[in-house]
Design a protein around this ligand. Structure first.
Ligand code: MOS
Length: 736
């Protein structure tokens, strides 16, 4: 049996998708289904003084109008970061009281027989507000600032017995700090000290968030656009105050998520609540502006990076101070503070004996930010890699050479070995594929007629995560042949999980891919972590290999012997095994698991108009073993596209007076379109990380975005001599 792993394999669900037979959340048609439309606040800060629903209730077809006055009881939703318990997008339950903390926050749900009736009646809900001036800007001096305790559940501050140099901001000692940064910066022959900013960036999944809730005999079933059915089940069970066994969440297909569908939205909670009250299914789908206003986004940020180096470019100190936005408090406990974990990256990317970090949060009247596309790494590499380019320019050292000189052979700070690190090979191979040796380092020196050409590069990185999966493998006889079914609750959100699961099972069992069925995205299936953190392939594939091994042992089949014959010979109608992969979050006691890469960008800039075209991108990545090269290319190039959006286009803007998102739709919020995207050449080292899992795969969903924004900014500087430190790099930033 030829092996399928490593072979470019088309998606096994492709035909279903292109023929409209892939079931997305909003597409379920349930008998008697009613339609809910959410009404959002038209202020960003203040109170609902009066809400009159009389006209809405009298409108044709309306069956229910929920507001904070008649909502009834909801249980407290989990807001911690425990992946097994789920969490709420907004830590405050929907329609909790008359407080308004951000524009678009739900103030009513109108349910009617048809969508049009609900839309009509939603406009008849009359709300009078008491408005306060909202806080919408990161640098607003009125906005409360706090130093967070933890990021992604990992402590940011620790107690140390040894005295350390004080920081000039309100933070004691930060976790991950090492050496004497203050002293080393003072002594360093060369320092670079700049602040890099970025606006709120939205996940912008194509499929809007949607939920259809129905109750049968006290059991809740929710068709939901979620990247984590298990978490959504736990969050909804908590809100509805029913045991988790009485809740089923179904998400066989999800139309993109990028972090925004990990947590459970108020729309799903209110759909479940309304469905229970009405005794009929209720569907709620967010409008595009509601997605932008009420679903998590990457926080706006300001990162100050201070580098100290010797004349040879070797780093002597790195200092990293990150300020990101958070949501205002109003009395509801928010133990799930979202802190963009930027310093997890800066503390380990380069060999540097002295490191110091700090985080601050600024509380604003905007939806609570959260996970979006390489949270932490995408922002850190924007700032740190820009600073590295500035250091390279300052010292006249080639940017690739500067990174080589600062390569970390072991993890800085604690000296833990990396399980498998091939970053130097990424630099070499990327530079060669790009033709980096031809670069004239002088800014503005490379031209094509009037067009200025710029070449920039950056390091990419993302941790190796396994958040755990249980997989059931069932092999059945069928007409003298055998078939297999692989089942797990993990979701295929577009990354290609169906296919890679089938491929892994095919090789593990020695069966053709065509004979493998895959069931995903349903809490009735064996539990599985979220499709997030680029972890699912590593988590699920490990469990498949183990389950197949268990079946082989049981039937006495040697690892390479054909499996089907043994099943047929055994006389059993079906054999079944389950296996669970353990959780690894970036490290074990012994090893650190981290992916790396190098990304090279060519921009062409029209100096009169400030127009920037990205002409080509080369990225080479060390992501462990690649199971499906077709999907890998798709994931990595897709990540680069995110990075180009972050670099040049994206930014959610808020009106400073009323706090309303002013470009919160797909016309105003710019993302790259096909015409913006050049040839993207992605490659990989393909070195299996066998300490991470039996297949050696580390995942590649998010690393593609990392480093891209800095590579583009560095290329723009190389083309024009203008250093842009604020994203996005829009044309006006290049015009004097
Ligand atoms: Mo991703 S931001 O880990 O879904």
């Amino acid at each position: 049996m030829p092996h399928v792993i490593g072979q470019p394999t088309s998606r096994i669900d492709a035909r279903r998708k292109v023929t409209g037979r892939a079931d997305y959340a909003a597409e379920a048609l349930l008998p008697g289904m009613a339609h809910g439309v959410l009404v959002g606040a038209t202020i960003a800060s203040g109170r609902v003084e009066a809400i009159d629903t009389t006209a809405a209730e009298r409108a044709p077809g309306v069956v229910l109008v929920l507001t904070h006055r008649n909502r009834g009881r909801l249980g407290a939703m989990p807001s911690g970061l425990d992946w097994t318990t789920g969490q709420a997008l907004d830590p405050r339950p929907p329609l909790a009281d008359d407080h308004v903390r951000y524009h678009g926050q739900y103030v009513a749900l109108v349910v009617a027989d048809t969508l049009e009736q609900a839309q009509h009646a939603a406009r008849l809900v009359a709300v009078r507000y008491q408005e306060q001036p909202p806080l919408v800007a990161l640098d607003d001096p009125r906005a409360p600032r706090v130093a967070p305790e933890a990021a992604l559940g990992v402590p940011l501050r620790i107690e140390r017995s040894a005295p350390v140099a004080p920081l000039d901001i309100d933070v004691d000692v930060a976790c991950g700090d090492h050496g004497d940064c203050r002293g080393a910066l003072a002594a360093a022959p060369v320092t670079v000290d700049h602040t890099y900013t970025s606006p709120a960036e939205h996940a912008t999944a194509m499929e809007p968030h949607a939920a259809i809730a129905s109750w049968t005999d006290g059991e809740l079933v929710v068709h939901s656009s979620t990247q984590y059915v298990g978490g959504e089940r736990a969050a909804l069970a908590a809100a509805m105050e029913v045991p988790v066994e009485r809740v089923r969440v179904v998400a066989p297909f999800v139309g993109g998520m990028f972090g925004s569908k990990i947590a459970t939205g108020g729309h799903a909670v209110l759909a479940a609540l309304a469905a229970r009250q009405l005794g009929r299914p209720v569907k709620v789908v967010l409008t595009r502006p509601q997605v932008f206003a009420t679903v998590t986004h990457r926080p706006a940020s300001a990162q100050r990076i201070t580098l100290g180096a010797g004349p040879d470019g070797r780093l002597q100190a790195i200092r990293h101070h990150t300020v990101t936005q958070s949501l205002v408090e109003d009395g509801y406990p928010d133990d799930n503070e979202y802190v963009e974990p930027t310093t997890f990256t800066s503390r380990m990317l380069y060999a540097c004996p002295n490191y110091e970090s700090a985080h601050e949060l600024v509380r604003l009247n905007q939806m609570k930010p959260g996970w979006v596309r390489a949270p932490g790494e995408a922002l850190c590499t924007w700032a740190l890699e820009s600073a590295m380019d500035e250091l390279a320019c300052r010292l006249g050292i080639d940017p690739v050479e500067l990174r080589r000189r600062n390569h970390a052979a072991v993890r800085p700070g604690d000296g833990k070995p990396f399980s498998s690190k091939h970053l130097l090979a990424c630099y070499d191979r990327g530079a060669e594929r790009f033709g980096w040796a031809q670069r004239d380092p002088r800014p503005g020196s490379m031209r094509d007629g009037d067009v200025r050409i710029g070449w920039g590069m950056a390091t990419a990185t993302y941790p190796g995560l396994r958040l755990g999966a249980t997989v059931r493998l069932r092999v059945e006889r069928l007409d003298g042949s055998v078939t297999a079914t692989v089942s797990t609750a993990g979701a295929d959100v577009g990354q290609g999980l169906y296919t890679v699961v089938a491929m892994t099972a095919a090789d593990a069992l020695g069966l053709p891919v065509e004979l493998i069925s895959v069931e995903l995205g349903d809490t009735r299936l064996p539990p599985c972590a979220q499709a997030g953190g680029s972890n699912l392939t590593a988590s699920v594939a490990s469990a498949i290999v183990d389950a197949a091994g268990e079946l082989r042992r049981r039937l006495g089949v040697a690892p390479d012997a054909p499996f089907a014959d043994a099943v047929l010979a055994s006389g059993e109608a079906a054999v079944e095994a389950e296996a669970t992969s353990t959780v690894i979050v970036g490290e074990t006691d012994r090893l650190a698991f981290q992916s790396f890469g190098a990304v090279f960008v060519e921009v062409r800039v029209d100096p009169d108009l400030g127009r920037i075209r990205v002409a080509r991108v080369v990225g080479v990545y060390d992501v462990g073993r690649v199971l499906n090269p077709l999907a890998a290319r798709n994931q990595l190039a897709g990540g680069v596209v995110w990075g180009l959006g972050q670099a040049l286009l994206e930014g959610l803007a808020y009106d400073p007076v009323h706090g309303q998102p002013i470009n919160g739709d797909l016309a105003g919020y710019l993302v790259p379109v096909h015409a913006d995207i050049p040839a993207i050449d992605v490659g990989w080292i393909d070195a299996p990380d066998l300490d991470f899992n039996p297949l050696g795969v580390r995942g590649m969903g998010e690393i593609g975005i990392t480093g891209v924004a800095a590579a583009v900014a560095s290329a723009v500087h190389h083309a024009t001599g203008v250093r842009v430190r604020d994203l996005p790099i829009s044309p006006e930033r290049l015009l004097g």
